[in-house]
Each structure stands twice: as structure tokens, then as C-alpha cells.
Design a protein around this ligand. Structure first.
Ligand code: SF4
Ligand code: SF4
Length: 163
């Protein structure tokens, strides 16, 4: 029998199916900047226009457990971090904002799940970490870096995708 992610659209999935799709890479816990020709400085963003370019930084939310790549305040996250944007079936139009390796973006773009995805590896994240597709060991935290310095931490590795 074909797995649910091959037979259902993202909108058709149940809540547990939707949740299980997340690979736990934590790339969405990195701060992002937009580069807008009309502005001199790059700014922290949660929105983007057609003329703007999105850059990932290696600056992660202070509440990220960077070894497990898990949120340490999951139940309180929206209270503690108002800018913490969680992708849901209701805001799928924001999927562009996720890295290209993000499971939701891959499925939305018809690219399927990669071989390193935990769902294809008995729920384990080890293949993903080994493939360098998570943030493990690559980040600094936002409570250590002034926001105006984020530009110095722009990186391209979050854009990498495999398979
Ligand atoms: S980038 Fe996508 S797949 Fe990775 S942790 Fe965030 S929501 Fe999950
Ligand atoms: S609050 Fe948790 S889920 Fe939100 S950005 Fe921070 S670590 Fe990630």
C-alpha cells in the first residue's frame, strides 16, 4: 500500500499525518533576512515581496535544542516567541519561506520525500543529521548576537537539498 504522502495532498492529510511529515531539521528556527534593493540594510522578516530575496542565517532561536534539533518550549512557543511561524494547512501559501529541503515544500512542489527523511528511516533522524540536512552543530543563538549583526551570519547551507 502506498504511504499517505503519496496518495493525499497536503490539504487532505489528517493532523497526525501532517505533523509526522516534519523532518525535524529545525531550519525553520533560523533567522532569515530579506534583501530589498529599495532599502540600504537587510531586515529581519516574516514576509516577502516578489522583488525581495530571502537569506538564511546561522542564527537560531534561543529556545532551540541544537543537538536534538527540537524546540525546548514547544507548548509556549508562540507566547515566548511571537515571530515563531508554524506552517499549517491554513497558511500553506507561506511555504516559499521554508528551505527547499522542507518536507512540506517538497511535497507542495511535487518532489516527494527524500531518502534521508525520518519517515523512511523508522522515525530516526540520524540519516538526516549525517547527510548534513539539519542545523545540528551549525548555529549560534539569537540571545548571543545583536540583531544588526545577523547580516554577518548569512549562510547558504540551509538551501542545500539532497535527493
Ligand atoms: S523546515 Fe520544514 S521539515 Fe524542517 S523542521 Fe521546519 S517545518 Fe519541519
Ligand atoms: S520557539 Fe521553538 S519552534 Fe519557534 S523558532 Fe524558537 S525553537 Fe523554533
Amino acid at each position: 500500500m502506498e504511504p499517505f504522502w503519496k496518495t493525499k495532498s497536503l490539504q487532505q492529510m489528517s493532523r497526525p499525518e501532517w505533523e509526522s511529515l516534519c523532518d525535524g531539521c529545525a531550519k525553520c528556527c533560523l533567522h532569515k533576512l530579506i534583501d530589498d534593493d529599495e532599502q540600504e540594510d537587510m531586515v529581519v522578516t516574516t514576509e516577502m515581496a516578489d522583488t525581495e530575496q530571502l537569506h538564511f542565517t546561522s542564527v537560531a532561536c534561543q529556545y532551540l535544542n541544537d543537538k536534538k534539533c527540537e524546540c525546548s518550549v514547544y507548548l509556549e512557543r508562540t507566547k515566548l516567541v511571537p515571530s515563531c511561524v508554524q506552517l499549517t494547512q491554513d497558511n500553506l501559501d507561506q511555504v516559499f519561506y521554508m528551505p527547499s529541503s522542507c518536507s512540506y515544500r517538497r511535497l507542495q512542489e511535487g518532489r516527494g520525500l527524500p531518502s534521508w527523511h525520518p519517515l523512511l528511516n523508522k522515525g530516526k533522524k540520524s540519516k538526516m543529521h549525517q547527510a548534513g540536512m539539519s542545523v545540528r552543530g551549525k548555529v549560534v543563538f539569537d540571545n548571543m548576537i545583536a540583531e544588526e549583526l545577523y547580516e554577518d551570519f548569512i549562510v547558504v547551507w540551509p538551501l542545500n537539498d539532497l535527493d
